[in-house]
Design a protein around this ligand. Structure first.
Ligand code: PEP
Ligand code: MG
Length: 542
């Protein structure tokens, strides 16, 4: 038995034979003294074919992985229309054959992305490489094939191993024939990882070049959570994984029985169990898991997944789809929480000494009201299609909340004047995630309908310990009495002012605390979709 350690990028356990696919090697030669006009025509023809292919891939991706994941092919199409990129290719076409010019421009652009500071932008190098290979495949007459995934063995599903997989390859794969993805390269930020997660296929990335020397057909078991891959597992390891798989299956079967049942304690105390999501695909997951609503939609992911500010219409369409997907269950949108660990280059935020304590979340929205207004308009417009809540992150002072509520009023007035429909029942809320907000929660409660406690940030600011730093060990105590007291106090103040209170930070899913949270009178707990039924089971036992 041999094992490899990589980075788990999409959770789950899989067992089966490994199938190694290799990239087709294109023999790209530099041919000077070619006819620039002729080469220009060849490039244009290849570009048109690639664009058509991308439209097809977009449709396939929408049906297999959802609209949001399919956006990657829109990004690829945009790259093929990008003037800067086209100029770079054209410059080469004046000197060499089209293949060489495309290959050279691709390398240059991929390198430029690789040098960027932002993780998200760095991961875009893989997208440039993807479109380059597609163009080359058309130029050399190989019709858009790159890695030969079409050669997949017909003997049943396999664990697919490759140096790296491009998003277009990933989405073209027949899901029923893939047990898991293994890649020598790649990162959790890559679109391939995002696609794997939304397709619900376990995946491990960054396994190193050794992966490629594995012989196809080698039996393996893989854990997409821990990132471990066992090759030719011995009986003991196999038994261990079989045990894990079986236990998991039985547990899931038991949880399935809880769908449609209320989240209520044995003595009749009800608590709403909502789901946290970061995109529209997860809304489907939340429905599948019978979440009673969405307690936190981290809307900044829409901004992070975009190369420029998403406009009102784009946002509206996403919010509307999520609201419709939830079929009458409330969706609570958290307004843009960009800054700190969530950065997008186009925001051009100045570097800060302490980004976690910097210009982020509501502070940024109040400094850039146009940004805020666009989002609020999109949110209010979506409210015409189902129950919506809006909450503001990182509130520290009452005036911030007053201003934020003021923008909501202005936006409603504008929409009314423009004759655009929206609901008059949008609930407004405050995320309680700074100690300051806890201390003034009685005053804050007078302006809104609910509180949602963001325990991730509340813990970091209460303990003065960076939530991203894995080195804290026993210093970082999520059950710290100071944090628990903050939570208790917030719920008490909310109830004294007659508003409801929930928790949407990770602590909401900590079943060791569920009973205590119910004692505090918590009205709602919002957790990742996969935790909803587990939490319901816990509540029903109390
Ligand atoms: C929190 O801080 O607890 C929270 C839910 O928000 P985020 O994790 O997105 O900062
Ligand atoms: Mg937070």
């Amino acid at each position: 038995m041999k094992w490899l350690q990589g980075t788990g990028t999409s959770g789950g356990i899989a067992e089966g034979p490994v199938y190694v696919v290799r990239k087709k090697q294109y023999d790209i030669r530099c041919l000077p003294f070619t006819d620039p006009e002729e080469e220009g025509k060849r490039f244009e023809a290849a570009r048109q074919l690639a664009m058509e292919r991308l439209s097809g891939l977009y449709e396939t991706a929408v049906s297999r992985a959802g609209e949001e994941s399919a956006q990657v092919f829109e990004i690829h199409r945009m790259m093929l229309e990008d003037e800067e990129y086209l100029d770079c290719v054209r410059e080469g076409l004046g000197q060499w054959n089209a293949e060489w010019a495309v290959d050279r421009a691709g390398k240059q652009f991929a390198e430029m992305f690789r040098q960027m500071e932002d993780d998200y932008m760095r991961a875009r190098a893989a997208d440039v490489e993807d479109i380059t290979r597609q163009l080359l495949s058309f130029l050399v007459g190989r019709e858009g094939e790159d890695t030969d995934v079409s050669e997949l063995s017909s003997d049943g599903p396999v664990i697919l191993a490759a140096e790296d997989l491009t998003p277009s390859e990933t989405v073209r794969l027949d899901k029923s024939r893939i047990l898991a993805f293994l890649t020598a390269k790649g990162s959790a930020n890559s679109h391939t990882a995002i696609l794997a997660r939304s397709m619900g296929i376990p995946a491990v990335a960054a396994l190193g070049p050794e992966l490629l020397s594995v012989e196809s057909g080698t039996p393996a078991v893989i854990d997409g959570g821990t990132g471990i891959v066992y090759l030719s597992p011995d009986e003991e390891t196999q038994a261990l994984f079989h045990g894990k798989i079986e236990k998991n299956r039985l547990y899931k079967e038991r949880l399935e029985q809880l769908k449609g049942l209320p989240s209520v304690t044995r003595d009749g105390r009800k608590v709403a169990i909502f789901a946290n999501i970061g995109g529209e695909d997860e809304a489907k997951l939340a429905m599948e898991q019978d979440a009673e609503g969405i307690g936190l939609f981290r809307t900044e992911f829409i901004y992070l997944d975009s190369s420029d500010y998403p406009d009102e219409e784009t946002q509206f369409r996403i919010y509307k789809r999520v609201v419709e997907c939830m079929q009458g269950r409330q969706v609570i949108f958290r307004t843009l929480d960009i800054g700190a660990d969530k950065q997008a280059d186009y925001f051009r935020l100045p570097a800060e000494e302490n980004p976690a304590m910097g210009i982020r979340a509501i502070r940024l929205c109040l400094i850039r009201p146009e940004l805020f207004r666009t989002q609020l308009r999109a949110l209010y417009r979506a409210s015409a299609f189902g129950p919506v809540g809006i909450m503001f992150p990182m509130i520290a002072s009452e005036w911030e909340l007053e201003e934020a509520v003021g923008y909501c009023e202005t936006v409603q007035k504008e929409l009314k004047e423009e004759g655009i429909p929206f609901s008059g029942d949008v609930e407004l809320g405050v995320m309680i995630e700074t100690p300051a907000a806890v201390m003034i929660s009685r005053s804050l409660a007078k302006h809104v309908s609910f509180f949602s406690i963001g325990t991730n940030d509340l813990t970091q600011y209460t303990l003065a310990m960076d939530r991203q730093n894995p080195e804290f060990g026993r210093f970082f105590d999520p059950h710290h009495p100071a944090v628990l007291e903050m939570i208790r106090m917030t719920a008490e103040n909310a109830h004294q002012e007659g508003i409801w209170c929930g928790i949407c930070g990770e602590l909401a899913g900590d079943t060791a605390l569920t009973e205590l949270f119910l004692e505090y009178g918590m009205d709602e707990l919002s957790v990742g979709p996969s935790k909803v039924l587990e939490l319901r089971e816990k509540v029903r036992k109390i």
